[in-house]
Write a protein that binds this ligand. Sequence first.
Ligand SMILES: *[C@@H]1O[C@H](CO)[C@@H](O)[C@H](O)[C@H]1NC(C)=O
Ligand SMILES: *[C@@H]1O[C@H](CO)[C@@H](O)[C@H](O)[C@H]1NC(C)=O
Length: 253
Amino acid sequence: MYKPKSESWFSPVMGLVAIFPVFTFALGTWQLKRLKWKIDLIDELTEKLQLDPLPLPRQINITAIPDFAWRKVKAVGQWDHAHTMLLGPKVFEGENGYQVITPLKRQDGSTVLVDRGFINKEYGDNNTFDKPEGDIEVVGLIRLSQPRNAFTPDNDPKEKFWYWRDIDAMAEHAGGTEANVQPVFFEEIFDAHTGHIMARLDKGIPVGRPASVNLRNSHLSYVITWWGLSAISTIMLWRFVKKNAIRGRSLPR
Ligand SMILES: *[C@@H]1O[C@H](CO)[C@@H](O)[C@H](O)[C@H]1NC(C)=O
Ligand SMILES: *[C@@H]1O[C@H](CO)[C@@H](O)[C@H](O)[C@H]1NC(C)=O
């Protein structure tokens, strides 16, 4: 049976064109929800940060650790420099370098992993960065393993190449359960002005992180993008319908 060509493509295309504004509007609305969720989360974590540092217990309940993400903690012990891991490449203040991750041996408890902060590449490569001895107290923020993306290379502990924060593998490298190392990781806090930071970088002393939440929040730009697309496609749809309505009226003649 003969069918006019225009009719066979008209409906599917029309269907798509009609769905597009609705679809993009829904995506925008979903991103708005995500935005609210992210803002609430950042608020919650910022509030958590105001709490006094929690002394780490002797043996830490690993299953409870996720509840303590971003919580300020403190621990006393000695650095195990022999098992230091350099995580990188990282960039800080325009300089290439590494994060220095050193196990902290607590005299009355398990060994935990501490990200002491950033050092310049040269200090990492020639292994001359600061390595203090003796008892110290460290204050930091509990962090969890990083999700790794498709482009992150495998960590290679044997060659001492660490590309992403795999806390279990790092604890294993530091001696594992045999050496009473627990897969607990925190980032040392170092709050100071820029001059002080620069002085540390020059001397190869690791520069810790500020005590603040730095989560990415790009949901607002997604909301704007999706709703913008929805508005534009609505206008296009409206013009398309109008044009065809006019053409439709003139067809019967
Ligand atoms: C460890 O933490 C989990 C989750 O918070 C809890 O259910 C469990 O009872 C804790 N275990 C011990 C031995 O305290
Ligand atoms: C290691 O690198 C730092 C920074 O470039 C430099 O100041 C230091 O002299 C170097 N040390 C050795 C032993 O090469």
